[in-house]
Design a protein around this ligand. Structure first.
Ligand code: NAD
Length: 343
């Protein structure tokens, strides 16, 4: 199959590309490389198994050109991360609304089945014990930019499913619940990579809020195959499907796991939300998926527990640190006129 992955140079997108390449699909990525990077796709680009088109989903003609002739589209490009959304609310909204509309219009125009990445954020402050897909949304004020991501992703689902139904185009939306794994960056407010980086540097691990908020983390290695399988499953078409993990933890508990796993001497410190994100920030106490629908549709079960996930993220961060320090040493060596490691 010829497949387009928007946002394919990002965290989840790059794992999805690798998975599709292993299944012998012909993969094109459209990414503007804002939060994503060429490094995430290095192995695929070096092997020539993925074609990267650098550009924005806001460019309607480019999107249409990329979608034309494909057999499937996975739409993951988005303005992502609490810092991104809070720091650039309007631009984030534009990308997440108009960019998604461009992808949806291109997919239905060219008759290409498509999956879009939605989010557990659409449930807002609903802290039910197991959120199923038809659960109510409980969002804060529309004037708080913190909720703009949830608002946009909710509208994305509506646009996608309405246009798909009107045109008979297969479409699935994936409601992703705190997906983590190697390559996720902590720069835009993602909690696990931020904790791991702080722990490996033996700096204080900073927990936003009082740390008693509860979350369920899912492994990218569970979610990526499920995204592909769902798009190939006709019973999933027209549905929004929760995907994520099975183990719940407090954020303080997560910080402690990271500290144990890294053997770090870091302190764990709480930071009030308004210091971390500015005044008026609201968070949800709990977010826990009901994964029954995904199980019924494709037999989905989360294979990786939180321990496995934390270990894999710590291992990957250590390897990345080693690679960086070797590359730094190499550069120092070259600067001193000898091409070998000096540190
Ligand atoms: P990411 O930031 O690593 O990936 C997003 C990618 O989109 C990046 O490569 C970025 O460069 C690209 N991008 C941003 N704006 C673009 C634009 N205008 N045009 C083209 N490309 C653009 O984040 P991720 O965690 O891999 O998220 C992937 C998708 O999954 C997003 O749609 C996100 O909303 C959704 N999601 C992720 C999670 C999670 O826990 N990671 C949870 C819920 C939903």
């Amino acid at each position: 199959m010829r497949v387009l992955v928007t946002g394919g140079a990002g965290f989840i997108g790059s794992h999805l590309c690798e998975f599709l390449v292993r299944q012998h699909h012909d993969v094109t990525v459209l990414d503007e490389l804002s939060t994503g990077s060429v490094a995430n796709l290095a192995s695929c680009l070096d092997a020539g198994t993925v074609r990267l088109v650098e550009g924005s989903i806001l460019d309607r003609d480019l999107v249409s050109e990329c979608v034309r002739g494909k057999d499937a589209v996975f739409h993951l490009a988005a303005a992502v991360g609490v810092h991104t959304i809070v720091d650039s609310p309007l631009q984030s909204l534009r990308v997440n609304l108009y960019g998604t509309e461009n992808v949806v219009e291109a997919a239905v125009t060219h008759g290409v089945p498509f999956g879009i990445a939605s989010t557990s954020e659409v449930y807002g402050k609903n802290d039910a014990d197991g959120l199923c897909e038809d659960a109510d949304r409980v969002l804060g004020s529309p004037l708080l930019s913190r909720w703009s991501y949830a608002a946009a992703k909710g509208l994305d689902e509506l646009v996608a499913h309405t246009r798909a139904a009107e045109t008979g185009t297969p479409c699935v939306s994936y409601r992703l619940f705190n997906i983590v794994g190697p390559r996720q960056t902590g720069r835009y407010g993602m909690v696990l990579p931020r904790f791991v980086a702080q722990a490996l540097r033996h700096e204080p691990i900073t927990v936003y809020g009082d740390g008693t908020q509860r979350r369920c983390f899912g492994s990218v290695y569970d979610v990526v195959p499920a995204m592909v399988e769902l798009l190939g499953t006709s019973a999933a078409h027209g549905r929004a499907v929760n995907l994520g993990g099975r183990e719940e933890t407090t954020i303080l508990g997560l910080a402690e796991m990271v500290k144990d796993c890294t053997g770090s001497t870091s302190d764990i410190r709480t930071v009030p939300y308004d210091v971390a994100y500015g005044s008026g920030f609201e968070d949800m106490r709990r977010r826990m998926p009901d994964l029954t629908l995904a199980h019924e549709l494709i037999g989905y079960t989360a294979r990786y527990g939180l321990d496995d996930i934390v270990r894999s993220v710590v291992g990957a961060a250590r390897r990345a640190d080693q690679t960086r320090s070797k590359a730094g040493a190499q550069r120092v060596g070259e600067a001193f006129g000898h091409g070998e490691l000096v540190a």
